[in-house]
Design a protein around this ligand. Structure first.
Ligand code: C2E
Ligand code: CA
Ligand code: CA
Length: 686
């Protein structure tokens, strides 16, 4: 599109590797552009059918992609410059035109166009790629201004490409830490700081423009120019909300009970461990409450499991309401729950919660038109008193829970270590004791009392023996105190008295030497209203001589309610029944009561007799008791004599009688009969 003057130069250019169309008017040129594939346009703006800058505009409108070079005269250079500003690729001045210049310009332009096209395709490829991957990509320049973002990034940030480009990164890509909810460190800055990939941040939350949050994983990398200088950054991120929710869900189900949603044993153990670790620092205690529903099985069996399940859910909700947010309610399976109370001021505070729980659980649960009533028993153990680790605390709370059930349901019980072992032991002994009499498990053995001058067997002490059906022989020390506590000592004592009198009368009937039969009487028996009546009835029943019966009582029995004791003793005296003070010296040893009560005999306790051999320098008590007895005209008997030296000492101090393994252990009746016949004279060395 040039007038004749330029045609020369163009004609020269025609010799090159180009096809050149030469037209004189714009309309012709536009036609040619339509019909041919034109690579470049050279145009003189002043044509017969179009003049000035308008010529360029009309061309650009038709072929915006085709490079246009304006050819102009020296006077029109201004317009040529304006043309370049509007979109012309370059301009050439007429005065400097020749075939070579044309050809160079054409070459450059076509090459440049080729590069541009390639670049465009490359960019386009990159854009399509970015838009088709399922990760969000954002790029910024060095100052952190957004330069580009892909489709996913648009939807995840809530920003359109047009709005986002040119804005600061923080505004479009608003990220906080999932745990602290503080604004995370700008990943571009981080990437810049290390001048490398910043790695992946896995715990971030992206807040979309409309406030909706999503969990993301993001990474950033710097972009460098050819000199290695950073020019910007690319941030890649993806939505991991679903994956994270799934992970959380899995972690939750591993640690929670599916039915109630409460923490399970595993999580509870963790929490107890944590509470224990913190407790000493805050000088606090930790309590573990072990709950077991009373009669839940019955509800489950009669109304069906679905109702049972809903009852458990209802109970779970009430339990949670009874405790503070920092406490833990957990289900152990079945109808067992464990409540952890952390940071307790005093162990007694656990009782307050226990009562609250008893109350809450007991209130009616309305389920499927049923008003269900269920109670619970609670065992309580407290850190550090009852255990130093979760396992021990749970075990002890469990033990205490059983105790609570035994004490009657719908109650709570604190764990008491030693007491508990004893209580369990007692419980089993007591149960068998109740049946021991009717099952004839008791027997009596007799231990001889020996006159220290003559060697005659003057008396017998009846000592009870119990052969437990499964445990074998139990010593009186193991079961008499229990029998005393539960009142069983009354029927047992009656049996002993009857059996001893019957046995003694049998010996009399056989013509064996007369002996005084001594029977031990417990405090409870002695204080029982029917005690005297029983003694007299038994004497009558057996026909045994009251004067040959001796009751062994301890000092403490007489000292408590001394007045009534004196009256009872007086009545025995009247009947002729003898009374001995057992274990003398270990109790009150008040001389005044010795005078006040009608007593026949003092039995020096074994421990003082033992002193004769173990501490020969300190035998004052033995000698004092012997002389005291003599002064009060009481007979004195030493019990627990085991050695010849003890015997010799007692004889030297003129103790009247003695009893102990040195002469004989307690023996069954037939053996005792033999002793009665033979006597023990040779043993006393006289
Ligand atoms: P206790 O009345 O002081 O009975 C004496 C205890 O000392 C008996 O123990 C006897 O076996 C034991 N003993 C006798 N000689 C010696 C010895 O030389 N050395 C040693 N180390 N011990 C000796 P046992 O039979 O085990 O009775 C223990 C306690 O049980 C009795 O103490 C008595 O308080 C009570 N007990 C036994 N039988 C009856 C009973 O029928 N009724 C009542 N209420 N209590 C009884
Ligand atoms: Ca005794
Ligand atoms: Ca004794």
């Amino acid at each position: 599109m040039t007038p004749a003057t330029e045609s020369g130069a163009l004609a020269d250019a025609r010799g090159g590797p180009f096809d050149v169309w030469w037209v004189r008017q714009l309309s012709e040129g536009l036609e040619c552009l339509h019909s041919e594939k034109i690579c470049a346009v050279f145009v003189n703006l002043f044509l017969p059918d179009s003049r000035g800058i308008e010529t360029l505009d009309r061309l650009l409108l038709v072929v915006p992609q085709v490079p246009i070079v304006v050819v102009c005269g020296l006077d029109d250079e201004d317009m040529a410059l304006r043309s370049v500003q509007r979109g012309a690729r370059d301009y050439l001045l007429k005065g400097y035109l020749d075939g070579y210049v044309f050809s160079r310009a054409l070459h450059n332009m076509i090459e440049c166009k080729g590069l541009e096209d390639a670049l465009f395709i490359e960019k386009e490829q990159a854009r399509v790629t970015l838009d088709s991957i399922d990760e969000a990509v954002l790029s910024t320049d060095l100052s952190g201004t957004i330069t580009c973002l892909n489709l996913i990034a648009e939807s995840m940030t809530g920003w359109s490409r047009e709005d986002a480009v040119g804005r600061p990164l923080d505004e479009v890509f608003h990220v906080i830490d999932a745990t602290t909810r503080k604004t995370g460190r700008n990943s571009v800055e981080l990437a810049a700081e290390y001048n490398r990939t910043s790695g992946i941040a896995t715990n971030s939350i992206l807040i979309r423009g409309d406030g909706i949050e999503s969990c993301i994983e993001n990474s950033a990398a710097l972009v460098h120019d050819r000199e290695g200088q950073p020019t910007g950054a690319v941030i890649v991120f993806r939505d991991v909300s679903a994956a994270r929710a799934m992970t959380l869900q899995m972690a939750h189900s591993a640690q929670h009970d599916f039915l109630t949603g409460l923490p399970n044993r595993m999580l509870l153990n963790d929490r107890i461990g944590y509470a224990i670790a913190l407790a000493p620092r805050h000088r606090k205690k930790v309590a573990v409450l072990f709950l077991d529903l009373d009669g839940f099985k019955h509800i489950n069996d009669s109304l069906g499991h679905p109702v049972g399940d809903r009852l458990l859910q209802s109970i779970a909700r009430r339990l949670v309401e009874c405790v503070r947010g920092s406490d833990t309610v957990s289900r152990q399976g079945g109808d067992e729950f464990i409540v952890l109370l952390s940071e307790l001021q005093r162990s007694e505070d656990a009782a307050i919660t226990a009562r609250k729980i008893l109350h809450a659980v007991a209130a009616a649960h309305s389920i499927d038109l049923h008003d269900l009533h269920v109670t619970t028993s609670i065992g309580v153990s407290v850190y550090p008193d009852d255990g130093l680790d979760a396992e021990t605390l749970i075990k002890n709370a469990d033990t205490a829970m059983y105790q609570a059930k035994e004490n009657g349901r719908q109650g709570y019980q604190f764990f008491k270590s030693a007491m508990n072992v004893r209580a369990v032991e007692r419980q089993s002994v007591e149960e068998s004791l109740r049946r021991a009499l009717e099952r004839r498990e008791f027997t009596l053995q007799y231990q001889p009392k020996v006159n220290l001058k003559t060697g005659d067997v003057t008396g017998a002490e009846a000592l009870i023996r119990w052969t437990h059906p499964t445990r074998g022989p139990l010593s009186p020390a193991q079961f008499i105190p229990i029998a005393e506590d539960c009142g069983l000592i009354l029927p047992i004592g009656r049996w002993v008295l009857l059996e001893a009198c019957r046995q003694a009368q049998t010996w009399v009937d056989f013509g064996l030497p007369n002996v005084v039969m001594a029977v031990n009487i417990s405090a409870m028996e002695f204080r029982d209203d029917s005690f005297l009546d029983n003694v007299f009835a038994i004497l009558k029943e057996t026909g045994f001589d009251p004067g040959s019966l001796q009751l062994e009582l301890t000092e403490s029995v007489l000292m408590k309610r001394a007045d009534t004791a004196a009256a009872v003793l007086q009545k025995l005296k009247t009947m002729g029944v003898q009374v001995a003070i057992d274990d003398f010296g270990t109790g009150y040893s008040s001389l005044s009561y010795l005078r006040k009560f009608p007593i026949d005999t003092l039995k020096i306790d074994q421990s003082f007799v033992r002193q004769i051999t173990s501490a020969p320098d300190d035998t004052t008590i033995v000698t004092a008791v012997i002389s005291m007895g003599r002064a009060l005209h009481l007979r004195v008997i030493a019990e627990g004599v085991e050695t010849k030296d003890e015997l010799a000492f007692l004889q030297a101090h003129e103790c009247h009688e003695a009893q102990g393994y040195y002469f004989s252990r307690p023996v069954p009746p037939d053996e005792f009969a033999k002793l009665l016949k033979s006597g023990l004279a040779e043993l006393i060395g006289r």
